[in-house]
Design a protein around this ligand. Structure first.
Ligand code: URP
Ligand code: ZN
Ligand code: ZN
Length: 461
């Protein structure tokens, strides 16, 4: 593989920015220094006026995922192509265990979906939908041999949620093995009651959807899981935290030393619940996701939480559906598959709305989109950082490029964008994956299948 020399850029890490050149050889960062030079066989990349950032890591995606009677519309091929365009060099997707089947089968299913198709590197969490002795017996193998060290649990969705006994057993067993529990924290029983109430009143339009998942259903589930983290001595990673009430629980538990991590997603930082107030069923349905979009007080709290460190990660929960899949037969909001696209907009949105508007620093943006995800999910220092010896996963970012987000120009197969028409500043102009230029100014120069499965270790923070 050709060696690369990135010259004249500003390297941005989670703590500081500095001017230096980066010499890349055999897929790794070989040397970082000033005024590096090399022979003619090395390709030189001029990064003047660009930021040189660790490749982004998106630890929450759902490619090719069956939901109800449809499947998310990005395969590993199309979703990872969108990722590479946005400087995302690694994703961690959720392999779903089917009830009555093993965790290893879930991992095998997802390996088949991804193998030979992915443009970016990928790892898996496993979503555990069934806990029994044979599942517990698999945990060592998952962690030690498969490189799958995080286990997702749902407190909502009837087909996936665990009962309290199963939840506690899994938490204890993962804790003993120093693994990580990831949790979808919504109180499914309470939500079911609220759904029944709305449907009995024939309130079937998606504008009623957020009222069935109020912030207390999220905060109560977070609180319950915090107790489990404490009692079972297991770190818990909360996916897609959306509300100030849930975040308040997290802030208070962290202050007491409970080992938990919080993730939020761009949609919860950028959009509010007025998006549901549209007469057209399909227009409102576009925004159906769990948890739902919240009010501006929650949005402000999440930005503050990012700045203060209460929120550790911004991932996307990239789970796109076509408009026709979202709209279906317009029966009622419970039939709408939950989830939205976001993998190719995360960094530019957070740069535009967060860094340019002084809500967070650029260093914080790197921390929550690359370094923290790598540390929490056992990829550090192989990934998530620009250091000698790390994988040469790098994004070159132009901080002045202005553009408008539109479904007509996006790479994801999704046929709408929840950010349609939004002006953003900044764009990834080059993505380097393990020392190879994968994308330059929109032109992809690797083949599908270049992305490799990454075995992950345990959390290192
Ligand atoms: O509605 C959502 N968020 N769909 C994706 C699956 C999940 O719950 O994360
Ligand atoms: Zn979820
Ligand atoms: Zn998700």
């Amino acid at each position: 593989m050709k060696s690369l020399l990135i010259k004249n850029g500003t390297i941005v890490g989670p703590q500081k920015n500095y001017q230096a050149d980066i010499y890349i050889q055999d897929g790794k960062i070989h040397q970082i220094g000033t005024q590096l030079d090399t022979d003619f066989s090395t390709q030189k990349i001029d990064a003047s006026n660009l930021y040189v950032l660790p490749g982004s890591i998106d630890v929450h995606t759902h490619m090719d995922m069956p939901v109800m009677d449809v499947t998310s519309c990005d395969s590993f091929e199309t979703g990872s192509l969108a990722a590479i365009q946005a400087g995302v060099t690694t994703i961690i997707d959720f392999a779903n265990q089917t009830k009555g089947h093993s965790l290893k089968e879930a991992i095998k299913d997802w390996q088949q979906k991804a193998f030979g198709k992915s443009f970016c590197d990928y790892g898996f969490h496993v979503s555990v939908n069934d806990v029994n002795q044979s599942v517990i017996n698999e945990l060592d193998d998952c962690i030690e041999n498969e490189g799958v060290t995080s286990f997702k649990t749902f407190l909502a969705y009837d087909s996936m949620k665990l009962d309290d006994q199963q939840l506690t057993t899994l938490a204890e067993e993962v804790g003993v093995r120093a693994g990580l529990i990831a949790a979808h924290a919504e109180d499914g029983d309470e939500i079911n009651k609220l759904i029944d109430t709305q449907l009995r009143l024939f309130n079937t339009h998606p504008r009623f959807y957020p009222s069935t998942r109020p912030t207390n259903t999220e905060a109560n589930a977070v609180s319950k899981l915090i107790d489990i983290s404490r009692n079972c001595n297991v770190p818990i990673y909360f996916v897609h935290i959306s509300s100030k009430e849930a975040l308040a629980e997290i802030i208070s538990a962290k202050a007491q030393g409970v080992k938990i991590f919080a993730e939020t997603c761009p949609q919860y930082l950028m959009l509010n619940d007025s998006s549901y107030d549209q007469d057209e069923f399909g227009e409102s349905a576009k925004y159906v996701m769990a948890p739902p979009l919240r009010d501006s007080a929650s949005i402000d709290a999440l930005w503050e939480g990012l700045a203060s460190g209460a929120v550790d990660v911004v991932a996307t929960d990239h789970c796109p559906f076509l408009l026709a899949q979202k709209t279906g037969d317009q029966v009622d909001f419970t039939k709408i598959p939950g989830g939205v696209a976001g993998i190719e907009n995360r960094f530019e949105l957070l740069f535009s709305e967060g860094v340019k508007k002084d809500k967070i620093t650029l260093n914080k943006l790197v921390e929550v989109t690359a370094t923290n995800p790598a540390k929490i999910f056992g990829l550090y220092p192989q990934k998530g950082t620009i250091e000698v010896g790390s994988d040469a996963d790098i994004m070159l970012f132009n901080p002045t490029y202005e553009h408008v987000i539109s479904a007509s120009t996006q790479i994801t197969k999704c046929d709408y964008s929840i950010y349609e028409g939004m002006n953003v500043t900044g764009r990834c102009v080059m993505t380097i994956l393990r020392g190879k230029i994968a994308m330059h100014r929109g032109k992809v120069s690797i083949q599908k299948g270049f992305g490799q499965f990454v075995k992950r270790g345990r959390p290192t923070c």
